[in-house]
Design a binder for this molecule. Sequence first.
Ligand code: CAA
Length: 258
Amino acid sequence: MTEYTSIITDVSDRVATITLNRPEALNALNGALVAELIEAAVGFDADPGIGAIVITGSERAFAAGADIKEMAELGYAEMYLGGPFPSWDGFVQMRTPVIAAVAGFALGGGCELAMMCDIILAADTAKFGQPEINLGVLPGFGGSQRLPRAIGKYKAAEMVLTGRMMGAEEAERSGLVSRVVPAAELRDEAHKVAKTIASKSLPAVYAAKDALQASQEMPLSEGLRFERHAFAASFATDDQKEGMRAFQEKRAANFTHR
Ligand code: CAA
């Protein structure tokens, strides 16, 4: 297994967990951490033995944003070329569902990383925010685009323009997180959700993730056309036959991911 310095990886029950691990900097996302995170996640995505990925941080911070100290002195051209960070393209194109399990601070790039995931589960201690405006910049890992899609333009505008943080309850009310759980239960709960997803038919899960992704990027009519084809295509899998047969025979389905 690859040796990482800024993340910890762990696999059980077809679930890969990636723990961000720069406690001295509240898991601030520097180039090295982002490179390790993307390499590990993309590697797990390519492994058919993995059915879901959990990304989490510490009790105190999921991630307190991009590493300010690393980028403070960079200029336009360096940042336009990517700055210290590798491209997120490979990460957001992964087909395996990704769950962000957020406790403590998820600020700036940390909030944006959570929003690049498919599901956000929050501990009651979670605090979300896009405080880049306080640094004289704006969100740079997609926050100005994904936050309005998640919580609506007007609430997103207040957060991005003032830098105000929101707590877990408000984030749930706003549609940013799927559920709030006690902090002590966050890891177990995230693993449970991931294990549930990983127990389903992998081709069906990939197709469902694709369709959900399309809903964020396509007009309704195109998204519905996409879904109609994907739904029909799912009838070409062994798992569709097994799933529907198992229902009629009143037993649990035994998916083979074919
Ligand atoms: N980058 C680099 N270091 C960071 C950091 C960050 N984003 N966030 C925290 N740290 C470091 C602090 O500098 C401190 O290190 P030292 O002890 O060496 O000084 C350590 O983590 C602990 O932080 P604090 O002492 O500040 O802890 P606190 O509990 O008093 O405050 C906090 C916590 C409110 C999260 C505060 O650390 C903070 O405001 N952090 C910055 C948040 C931020 O602005 N994030 C956006 C970054 S820009 C960005 O993300 C751009 C983008 O969209 C891509």
